[in-house]
Design a protein around this ligand. Structure first.
Ligand code: NAD
Length: 421
């Protein structure tokens, strides 16, 4: 029985389309519209030859997918990971389409990836890889067409190299071609924290609905990078107790609470959260099953699945990561009364402040951090309430509700624009 239960579809693009179909059913979209919305508009596969430090040439594979541009330029991060596949990038690009539409910002969806373990490359090799990848995808990216951003194992430095490479090619500094840039070259205040801050805003909304005060709430965070470590810090500032966190090497646990900034400093020094003084080591699997009020998956896909969903004891799950829960697990979490804030809503703070950064770059006028955060809060709260309204209206869980809101907006844009020619 257990074996049969754990055999489930884990291809992210198939999952993304299942999630879409569920909303399309409620929206009564016809087959033609469904086919249009499910098909990625453009998929580019590139070879990236890199001269390594030892003089050898290594060819890496990279992707850039533009899933949909009905509501605006494609928008989405670039992931460097040894397990990246074209189907994963297609799924991540589709999720970007629905995410931008759910929070109602004028972008479509895109995503990029390179099959590489960046931890094995020197800084020089990483720069050459990034610049050649930027040059290869340069035929489809641009401030009006497709705007990359950071994702797993890429960061502000990666974006600076892409911006520079693109700018050298067009002969002018193009601030609008990527977001998540360093502040010194057109980044936005608040962008580094944006994904986590957006997540904090919706966790606050959910905790009010579930009547769970954040003060003293036990929080567990899987993945201690940009999204996870900052979410831990912000919820700690709200008075929550961060009882466990993890990274790719494993996790740490302290029932009395961890100091998120000290854990981050420890990771900076040693390369992992593990071994943090005063904490016990815990596996990533066990970490997800800890009793807590708020669980934040902030690493990779398919972490909560049919094989472990019955052991999840959190009251609220906020998906800072993209695709951490399988569709089968979604249904069971819902049945078990766990309030899940889906990725396309919970982590939309990143793309929202990316939008602000793009607007600031194009208008060459930069905002105070307070304004960035104020506008972000307004958008996240509005989107949360729209999704909650759809959940009630259609009697569905929050993921399907978010898809109903997002897919409906993209379908409307497609209907209004018509099918060319
Ligand atoms: P990051 O590279 O900054 O951090 C990733 C973290 O996950 C690292 O701490 C890494 O050690 C950890 N990790 C990797 N594999 C793991 C595993 N198997 N188990 C546990 N931890 C593991 O990346 P990020 O930008 O924080 O992205 C994390 C997630 O958030 C991704 O799903 C990404 O798509 C999503 N996201 C990021 C942003 C953004 O603005 N950066 C926006 C929206 C969504």
């Amino acid at each position: 029985m257990e074996v049969a239960k754990t055999v489930e579809e884990l291809n992210p693009f198939v999952i993304a389309n299942q999630q879409f179909d569920c909303a399309a059913e409620h929206l009564k979209l016809d087959k033609g519209m469904r086919d249009v919305l499910k098909s990625p508009k453009r998929q580019l596969v590139v070879s990236i030859p890199v001269k390594m430090d030892n003089g050898e040439i290594h060819v890496f594979e990279g992707f850039r997918v533009q899933h949909n541009i009905a509501r605006g330029p494609a928008k989405g991060g670039i992931r460097y990971h040894p397990d990246v596949t074209l189907d994963e990038v297609k799924a991540l690009a589709a999720w970007m389409t629905w995410k931008a539409a759910t929070v109602n910002i004028p972008f479509g969806g895109g995503k990029g990836g390179v099959v590489v373990n960046p931890k094995e490359l020197s800084i020089g090799e990483l720069e050459r890889l990034t610049r050649r990848y930027a040059s290869e995808i340069g035929i489809i990216i641009g401030p009006d067409t497709d705007i990359p951003a950071p994702d797993v194992y890429t960061n502000a430095q990666t974006m600076a190299w892409i911006m520079d490479t693109y700018s050298m090619t067009v002969g002018a500094t193009a601030l609008g071609v990527v977001t998540g840039k360093p502040l010194a070259v057109g980044g936005s205040l608040g962008r580094a924290e944006a994904t986590a801050r957006g997540c904090q805003f919706v966790v606050r909304e959910a905790s009010a609905i579930k009547k769970i005060p954040l003060k003293g709430a036990k929080v567990v965070v899987q993945g201690y990078g940009n999204a996870g470590s900052i979410a831990a810090r912000l919820l700690h500032e709200d008075g929550a107790r961060i009882i466990a966190v993890s990274d790719s090497k494993g996790g740490i646990h302290n029932g009395d609470g961890l100091d998120p900034l000290k854990v981050l400093a420890h990771k900076g020094k040693t390369g992992s959260v593990q071994g943090f003084p005063g904490s016990d080591d815990i596996t990533n699997e066990k970490l997800l099953e800890l009793p807590c009020e708020v669980l934040i998956p902030a690493a990779l896909e398919n972490q909560i699945h049919l094989g472990n969903v019955d052991r999840i004891q959190s009251k609220i799950i906020a998906e800072a990561a993209n695709g951490p829960t399988t569709p089968g697990a979604d249904e069971i979490l819902h049945k078990n009364g766990i309030f899940l804030i889906p990725d396309i809503l919970a982590n939309a703070g990143g793309v929202t402040v990316s939008y602000f950064e793009w607007v600031q770059g194009l208008s060459a006028f930069f905002w105070e951090e307070e304004e960035v955060n104020r506008r972000l809060e307004k958008i996240m709260k509005r989107a949360f309430n729209e999704v909650r309204g759809a959940a009630e209206k259609y009697n569905v869980h929050m993921r399907t509700a978010a898809y109903i809101v997002g897919v409906n907006r993209v379908a409307e844009a497609t209907r209004l624009r018509g099918i060319f020619p």
